[in-house]
Design a protein around this ligand. Structure first.
Ligand code: PLP
Length: 460
């Protein structure tokens, strides 16, 4: 362990903190990266070392680590009203403003917003909303939730049940009533000789079969990320949403877009669903919502679901759900600023979404160039989220044996070179901050290329 002494930050972290989603043997071997500052897209560790964070923290720090407008918005709100709730007919003025702003930038003419502290809680809230309103409307059996394998929707009990990852079996999840459809990944899941269109038709057929098997009258909603993030930046095949949405609509199954990563410009469009040409019944937002400067999530209901939920709540006089910090005024002030910074441009700066669109061609070209490597099977991505998938054999798409931990080695080699990127299965995921410059993007690809060369010469 490089910097470990009895009293080092690394050993203090290891002795006192519990790590989530962390490979403990790797930490035991390499030590914890303890971060104490940041500037632009870089974080700085306690030894003063800079790392270009090609994952925007956890997909969320899209405006970098020292955005003056966002910190000022938080500070001003702390001085005005440092906290309040949204229960019992009270809420802060900032909460009202943020709801109006979210509806304005949403695909909806009207709607309502419910606030949480995280994306997981937003998905849990959505599930409770659906259970509640279907029960109030006399359809109490309409409770099942459809998601996809590799879809990521969070870690609370309901949202982990929505998440289609095998690791949740250690918790005895998913709960009954959470049904996982196939992962729409043509490169990996398409059969030999199967066209992309035939693959999409097969996925649509599967959906029909699942609905018939489960009973349409028992299914409340289909929840999907437009592009899967934590599943490995899985971009759906051409025509996927066009093929499956009419089936869902025909069976009166609500369609919900989990935009926790894709929302606010990540894919180049304002919302991921907008880029794929569909309007869901509700949107789940978090992460980019505050550019990572405050923990916050939101369920944005389109007009129809908003009206239904409102009526159902009136019938029993309330919607019995909410978090102490729902609609926190500081979070709302930060989110208002983040939306302005990303979508409108603030303080004389152009909107960050313009820079996203400017960077996309270089990002795609950089991924495509690295994918020429004999041990990269596929590059995929949309907007500023992308992945490179390592393979032992490119023609056969054969993965490296799991015990070689190839993607972890690549990520570790990147960390050693001052670049943070994320191993996910056999792939390495990049999700750069929206503020990246052309030169920083070049630095990212140069460092990644060096790491790939080093690791593949060791394992191949
Ligand atoms: C991160 C994520 C969540 C969960 O958000 P948390 O704030 O970590 O609870 C839900 N959905 C998607 C698509 C995510 O990427």
């Amino acid at each position: 362990m490089p910097n470990e002494t009895a009293n080092s930050w690394e050993s203090r972290a290891a002795a006192s903190s519990f790590y989530g989603f962390t490979d403990l043997p790797t930490v035991a071997e390499r030590g914890t990266v303890v971060v104490s500052g940041g500037h632009g897209p870089y974080v700085t560790d306690v030894h003063g070392r800079d790392y270009l964070d090609a994952n925007s923290g956890l997909w969320n720090m899209v405006a970098g680590f020292d955005h003056p407008g966002l910190t000022r918005a938080a500070q001003e709100q702390y001085e005005r009203l440092p906290g309040y709730h949204a229960f019992f007919g009270r809420m802060s003025d900032r909460t009202v403003e943020l709801s109006e702003k979210l509806i304005e930038v949403s695909p909806y003419e009207s709607g309502r917003v419910f606030y949480t502290n995280s994306g997981s809680e937003a998905n849990d809230t959505l599930v409770k909303m659906l259970w509640f309103l279907n029960a109030q409307e006399g359809r109490p059996e309409r409770r099942k939730i459809l998601t996809r394998i590799n879809g990521y929707h969070g870690v609370t009990v309901a949202s982990a049940s929505m998440t289609g990852k095998p690791y949740n079996s250690v918790f005895g999840l998913p709960l009954p009533g959470f049904v996982h459809l196939s992962c729409p990944h043509y490169w990996r899941e398409g059969r030999p000789g199967e066209s992309e269109a035939d693959y999409v038709a097969r996925l649509a057929q599967e959906l029909e079969e699942v609905i018939a098997r489960e009973g349409a009258e028992t299914i409340a909603a289909f929840v999907a990320e437009p592009v899967m993030g934590a599943g490995g930046c899985i971009v759906p095949p051409e025509g996927y949403f066009d093929a499956i949405l009419p089936i869902l609509r025909a069976h009166d199954i609500a369609v919900v877009s989990d935009e926790v990563i894709c929302g606010f410009g990540r894919t180049g469009a304002r919302w991921g669903c907008e880029g794929y040409g569909f309007t869901p019944d509700a949107i789940i937002s978090s992460k980019n919502l505050t550019a990572g400067y405050f923990p916050m999530g939101a369920v944005i209901l389109g007009p129809e679901m908003a009206d239904r939920l409102h009526r159902a709540s009136e019938a029993i006089e309330e919607f019995p759900h909410g978090f102490t910090a729902s609609g926190h005024p500081v979070g709302c002030a930060v989110a208002l600023k983040a939306i302005e910074v990303i979508l409108d441009g603030a303080d004389g700066e152009p909107p960050l979404i313009d820079n996203v669109r400017h960077l996309i061609p270089a990002f795609e070209a950089g991924l495509a160039r690295l994918a020429e490597h004999p041990h990269i099977g596929e590059w995929r991505g949309r907007g500023l989220m992308g992945a490179l998938e390592a393979v032992a054999d490119k023609a056969e798409k054969r993965p490296f044996p799991g015990h070689l931990s190839v993607s972890e080695r690549i990520a570790n080699a990147c960390t050693d070179a001052g670049l943070i990127c994320r191993p996910l299965g056999q792939s390495v995921v990049l999700c750069p901050p929206f503020i990246m410059t052309d030169a920083q993007m070049q630095e990212m690809f140069d460092k990644l290329e060096g790491a790939l060369d080093r690791v593949f010469s060791d394992v191949a």
